[in-house]
Write a protein that binds this ligand. Structure first.
Ligand code: HEM
Ligand code: DU6
Length: 408
């Protein structure tokens, strides 16, 4: 059954994966039919409405629109993106102090209808605000920082653009590595050792380029803006003491529902490379292992399917070991070490953008009585089973390192 399963990997298009953009949604729509102007106007104006304490009033005025005039995948993705930003803004506009318990029906009903159609949870996910939240200034221009802009923002100024666009550029750099995966699977099935080694070198190079793109974060994102503002709006309502029951989706379900906050564990790219290289993150490191698994339910269905198909195929790791080929051995280990290096770099970023600002916040708490947003600990605990995000990131990085093939 490996044969037909892995054969099906040959056509990336059917998994909504693009040769050029990888898991990124190519050329997202930026406009919906005028009928949906109430959604688009509020979403486009979110920072201003939140800072002016007008968002709740604006949402209360919103008509309950029908989703029947949405046509095609890209209109559904754009509608979900707009409603997702409004929902997070609506819930967190008080910075977690006065949380709401009810999402009004004018938001909840269409948001849940569209989410059902896209098989995604009714909360903002990575596939919304990173993969579908972008446009080229010059449509014929390159995919680079100068020629890109985001569609929607939270409060936190240009750091929103920096955070979401750098993530997008890292995802785009991964495309060359993702493109090599069907070649790798084919080479294993047909014992093409030469093409396998070349494809593995392409994966290693792609991960190296992801780390290059990552460096743009320093000029694109301000630590204070990220920690005090943007981060709050990505939070969810599952295992969050600020919203112990979760959120009532008015007009959809009569009891409150809980959903995880946005996480990059929802990125298909790194989960894909982990599966390709046989890197399995387990509960052993103290964070909730099922968290990474759960996050697959927060990915587009086609991307989830790709990862599952890859996971059910032949093991690259076992194949390389079985050949005893030194060149393959080295090429495999280069992929692993590049992935570990990316995760180490990422930990440095998390230290600069979370640990350090959080420390300052604690210090302020002593002097000035109260950081801008309470509940930092819960937000930093998100999805990590209590070990905190740094423990989570370190565990993932260490497991990656251990995946090196040891000398025969
Ligand atoms: C200011 C910049 C960043 C900060 C503070 C940051 C912080 C974090 C934190 C706290 C986590 C733990 C899980 C979660 O809460 O989502 C995480 C996970 C993750 N982040 Fe970031 N991150 C940043 C930028 C990026 C960028 C640019 C990428 C590129 C795609 C990225 C990719 C990931 C991935 C893939 C994970 C899942 C864990 C893994 O597979 O290693 N992060 N990040
Ligand atoms: N204190 C604290 C504390 C602060 C932040 C976090 N986590 C966090 O921001 N996760 C998101 C994330 C991590 N890396 C990347 S790249 C692109 C995204 C994104 C996104 C949208 C939400 C889907 N992300 C945890 C704790």
């Amino acid at each position: 059954e490996h044969e037909d399963k892995s054969e099906s990997l040959q056509n990336l298009e059917e998994f909504h994966i693009s040769e050029e953009y990888g898991f990124v949604l190519p050329d997202p729509l930026t406009e919906l039919p005028d009928y949906y102007a109430p959604w688009m106007n509020v979403a486009a104006n979110l920072p201003h409405l939140i800072e002016g304490h007008q968002l709740r009033r604006e949402v209360a005025k919103m008509p309950l629109l029908s989703t029947r005039y949405l046509r095609g995948h890209r209109q559904l993705r754009l509608a979900r993106l707009a409603l997702g930003f409004i929902t997070m803004g609506y819930v967190w506009q008080g910075g977690g102090r006065q949380t709401v318990k009810i999402l009004p029906r004018a938001l909840a009903v269409p948001y849940c209808t569209i989410s059902e159609l896209l098989d995604l949870p009714p909360i903002l996910v990575y596939a919304d605000c990173v993969l579908a939240n972008w446009k080229k200034r010059d449509p014929c221009g390159p995919l680079n920082a100068e020629n890109l802009d985001i569609l929607f923002s939270f409060p936190g100024g240009d750091s929103n653009k920096g955070f979401f666009l750098v993530s997008l550029l890292v995802e785009a750099a991964a495309a060359a590595g993702i493109k090599a995966i069907p070649i790798i699977v084919n080479a294993i099935l047909h014992h093409g050792l030469c093409s396998l080694e070349t494809a593995l070198q392409d994966v290693a190079l792609s991960i190296c380029k992801m780390r290059e793109a990552f460096k743009l974060i320093h000029e694109g994102v301000n630590p204070g803006a990220f920690f005090r503002s943007l981060r709050i709006y990505l939070s969810g309502w599952k295992d969050n003491f600020l919203m112990p029951e979760g959120l009532v989706y008015e007009g959809v379900w009569d009891s409150p529902k809980q959903f995880f906050g946005g996480s990059a564990a929802q990125s298909s790219t790194l989960q894909c490379f982990d599966v390709l290289l046989g890197i399995q993150h387990s509960a052993a490191q103290g964070f909730s292992a099922e968290y990474l698994g759960c996050m697959r339910d927060y990915m587009p269905a086609a991307h989830r399917a790709f990862i599952q198909t890859l996971a059910s195929g032949p093991s690259l790791r076992q194949f390389v070991l079985a050949t005893g080929d030194a060149g393959l051995h080295a090429a495999f280990n280069k992929c692993v070490s590049e992935l570990a290096a990316l995760r180490s770099y990422h930990m440095q970023i998390a230290t600069k953008y979370i640990t350090i600002p959080a420390g300052r916040c604690q210090a302020e708490q002593q002097q000035l009585g109260g950081c801008v947003h309470e509940g930092t600990s819960v937000l930093s605990e998100r999805g990590t089973g209590g070990t905190g995000f740094m423990g989570f990131l370190k565990a993932i990085r260490d497991t990656t390192r251990k995946a090196q093939l040891t000398e025969q």
